[in-house]
Design a protein around this ligand. Structure first.
Ligand code: GLN
Length: 490
C-alpha cells in the first residue's frame, strides 16, 4: 500500500478497492512506528485524520469525490490549522492554537484531504537543514551507503520532505522563500514545486519574507505534485498579492512531452567546486530532454552571482518586520518582566532561537535610517536586474534546467560553524524566488554514496504547465526507483 502514488491511491479509493479509513489507518500506524526515528511531525492528529477519512468514505459511498478525497497528507507547521496547534517550529508559538484555517489548507479540506499532522521545519522557515527547529532536528530517511551518520533532510520543509520520502504521508504542503520546497525535495529524493508568486494564497501561512514566500506541494511523483497544486492554488481576496488567474489542469500538463520546447542552460550555474556528479547529472538531464525532442540553448543570467547576497538582505529585512508581532501580547508564549518593555524583551529573548535572532538583527540593521539606501534599496534594484535576466532568457527559451542544490544531503551538525556556509545551499534556488518564478525539483539520480540528487526546472511566470511537462519528461527518463533505508513497507 505504501508504494502507491497519490494518483494510484486516489484511483483505488474511487474504485472502492481501498477505503479511506484503511489507507489512513495504515499511514497513522506508519507514523507511529517511524516518527520517533525521523521527528518529521511536531504534532500528529490521529483522531482528526480518522474523522476526515470517515467523511471521505461517506462521500465516496455516495459516488461523490473531490480531487483529494481520502488522501492522507502532512501539513507543514507553518500553515494555520483551526483548532490544531501551529508552532512554526518556534518556542514563541508553541502554545498557539489558531481559531482559523489557512486558505491553502482550507482548499485541501474542501477537496477531501485527510490531515495526519503538522510537519517539522526550521524555526519560522529560516534554514536549509531543519537544524533550527525548537522541536528538534529531522533525520533524513536516506543514509550514505555503509554509514549510519544521520543526515539532514534539507530545509526548511524538512519534515514535509522526510515524511513523504519515508512514506509516512502521501504528500505534504510546504513553503519556499529561498528554496525550502526544492532543496529538501532534492535531499530526500522526491519532487516539489514552488509555484509562481501569487499562485497560492499566503493567508494563514506564518509570514517569513512576504515578497518571497510561496506555498507549494512535495510528493513522490511530479504528477502527484500537480494534483496537489491544483487543489492548493487559486485566487484569494484575503491575500492582496494573490493572482486572479484561472488554475489550469496541471496534471494533464505532465503528459504533454517536450517535443519542440527550447530548454535554456544558464552558464552562471556552473559553479567552481560543484560536485562533479552534479554537473554530470545536469548534462545527463539535458541529454534526456534532447532525446525527447527538445532543443538545448545556452543562456546567460549575469546577475545570478548577486542572488544570494541580495536575498540575505531582502529576506531578513522583511522577516524583522514580520516578526515584530511576536511580543507576548497577541500570540503565543509570554515571559514575564517588571514592566511592559522588559516583558517584550524577555518574551523575545526566550522565544526565538539563534538563527531567528540573527535574521532579525540583520534585517533591522539593513533597514535602519543610515543604511537603508546602501543595503535594502540597492538589493531591491539588483532584484529587478535578476528578474530582467530571466525575462530576457525567456524570450529565447521555454524553461531552464539547472541543478537544485550544490550538494547532496549532509550530516546533522555539518555546515553549522559559519552561517554563510549554510546559506550557500540556496545558491541555485534563491534567484527563482527573487524573480517570483515557478521552480520544480525532480529526483534524477544518485551520488557515489547512494544519496539522491535533484534537477531544477524553472519556468515563465504562471507557466507551471511547461514546468510540469519538462519535469515529468525528466522523471520518465531518469526512472528513479531508489528507496530510502527508513520507510514504511507493506
Ligand atoms: N534556506 C533559505 C533561508 O534560510 C530559504 C528558506 C526558505 O525558503 N524558507 O532563508
Amino acid at each position: 500500500m505504501f508504494e502507491l502514488s497519490l494518483a494510484e491511491a486516489r484511483a483505488a479509493l474511487r474504485a472502492r478497492k481501498l477505503s479511506a479509513r484503511e489507507l489512513t489507518t495504515a499511514y497513522l500506524g506508519a507514523v507511529e512506528q517511524l516518527n520517533p526515528q525521523l521527528n518529521a511531525y511536531i504534532t500528529t492528529t490521529p483522531e482528526l485524520a480518522l474523522t476526515h477519512a470517515d467523511a471521505a468514505d461517506a462521500s465516496l459511498a455516495r459516488g461523490e469525490h473531490g480531487a483529494l478525497t481520502g488522501i492522507p497528507l502532512a501539513i507543514k507547521d507553518l500553515f494555520a490549522t483551526k483548532g490544531v496547534r501551529t508552532t512554526a517550529a518556534s518556542k514563541i508559538l508553541a502554545p498557539f492554537i489558531p481559531p482559523y484555517e489557512s486558505t491553502v489548507t482550507a482548499n485541501l479540506l474542501r477537496d477531501g484531504a485527510v490531515f495526519l499532522g503538522k510537519a517539522n521545519l526550521d524555526e519560522f522557515a529560516m534554514g536549509s537543514s531543519n537544524m533550527t527547529s525548537a522541536f528538534g532536528a529531522v533525520t533524513n530517511p536516506w543514509k550514505r551507503a555503509g554509514s549510519n551518520t544521520p543526515l539532514v533532510p534539507g530545509g526548511s520543509s524538512g519534515g514535509s520532505a522526510a515524511a513523504v520520502a519515508a512514506r509516512i504521508a502521501l504528500g505534504a504542503t510546504a513553503t519556499d522563500t529561498g528554496g525550502s520546497i526544492r532543496q529538501p525535495a532534492a535531499f530526500c529524493g522526491i519532487a516539489g514545486i514552488k509555484p509562481t508568486y501569487g499562485r497560492c494564497s499566503r493567508w494563514g501561512v506564518v509570514a517569513f519574507a512576504s515578497s518571497l514566500d510561496q506555498a507549494g506541494p512535495v510528493a513522490r511523483t511530479v504528477e502527484d505534485c500537480a494534483i496537489l497544486l491544483g487543489s492548493m492554488a487559486g485566487f484569494d481576496a484575503k491575500d492582496s498579492t494573490s493572482a486572479d488567474i484561472a488554475v489550469p489542469d496541471f496534471a494533464a500538463a505532465c503528459a504533454r512531452g517536450v517535443k519542440g520546447l527550447r530548454i535554456g542552460v544558464p552558464k552562471e550555474y556552473r559553479m567552481d567546486g560543484m560536485a562533479p556528479e552534479i554537473d554530470a547529472l545536469w548534462q545527463q538531464g539535458l541529454a534526456w530532454l534532447r532525446d525527447a525532442g527538445a532543443t538545448i540553448v545556452d543562456v546567460s543570467l549575469p546577475h545570478t552571482k548577486y542572488g544570494l547576497a541580495t536575498y540575505y538582505i531582502v529576506a531578513p529585512a522583511e522577516a524583522s518586520s514580520n516578526l515584530a508581532r511576536y511580543d507576548g501580547v497577541r500570540y503565543g508564549a509570554r515571559s514575564p518582566g517588571r514592566d511592559l518593555i522588559e516583558m517584550y524583551e524577555n518574551t523575545r529573548a526566550d522565544g526565538f532561537g539563534a538563527e531567528v535572532k540573527r535574521r532579525i538583527m540583520i534585517g533591522t540593521y539593513v533597514l535602519s535610517a543610515g543604511y537603508y539606501d546602501a543595503y535594502y534599496l540597492k538589493a531591491q534594484k539588483v532584484r529587478a536586474l535578476i528578474l530582467r535576466d530571466f525575462t530576457e532568457a525567456f524570450e529565447k527559451v521555454d524553461a531552464l534546467l539547472t541543478p537544485t542544490a550544490p550538494s547532496a544531503a549532509f550530516g546533522q551538525g555539518e555546515k553549522m560553524d559559519d552561517p554563510v556556509t549554510m546559506y550557500l545551499n540556496d545558491i541555485f534556488t534563491v534567484p527563482v524566488n527573487m524573480a517570483g518564478l515557478p521552480g520544480l525539483s525532480v529526483p534524477a539520480g544518485l551520488d557515489a554514496a547512494g544519496l539522491p540528487l535533484g534537477l531544477q526546472i524553472i519556468g515563465r511566470p504562471f507557466d507551471e504547465e511547461t514546468v510540469f511537462a519538462v519535469g515529468a519528461a525528466i522523471e520518465r527518463a531518469a526512472g528513479f526507483t531508489a528507496r530510502p533505508s527508513i520507510r514504511a513497507e507493506g
